[in-house]
Design a protein around this ligand. Structure first.
Ligand code: SF4
Ligand code: SF4
Length: 90
């Protein structure tokens, strides 16, 4: 099982969200990320599919987006949450 800071990766809510009001489906983020986080579908051209494949605290794909359509949670809040989960697991 993949863990991060001692917590199972799938308990950590860190992954990009796509603002469909801004996204122009240029696919730069899709082409950039090597972790199979994004997927192309027929209905919505681009989705976040494998949320927990995203590397915790990586935001690299957002730098490829010219229209600022990708957002992430606040890092300090996620760190606090990770600490809470770790305590619960002790
Ligand atoms: S933040 Fe990093 S790992 Fe996550 S989707 Fe973007 S490029 Fe991929
Ligand atoms: S890089 Fe930005 S505009 Fe291009 S597909 Fe990704 S989210 Fe949409």
């Amino acid at each position: 099982m993949e863990t991060f800071m001692g917590v199972p990766r799938d308990k950590i809510d860190w992954y990009p969200s796509i603002d469909y009001g801004k996204c122009n489906f240029c696919m730069e983020c899709y082409d950039f990320c090597p972790h199979d986080v994004f997927a192309k579908t027929d209905e919505i051209k681009l989705i976040v599919k494998n949320h927990h494949h995203c590397v915790v605290f990586c935001r690299a794909c957002s730098k490829t987006c010219n229209v600022d359509a990708l957002s992430f949670p606040e890092k300090p809040e996620v760190i606090e949450k990770i600490k809470e989960i770790r305590k619960e697991l002790e």
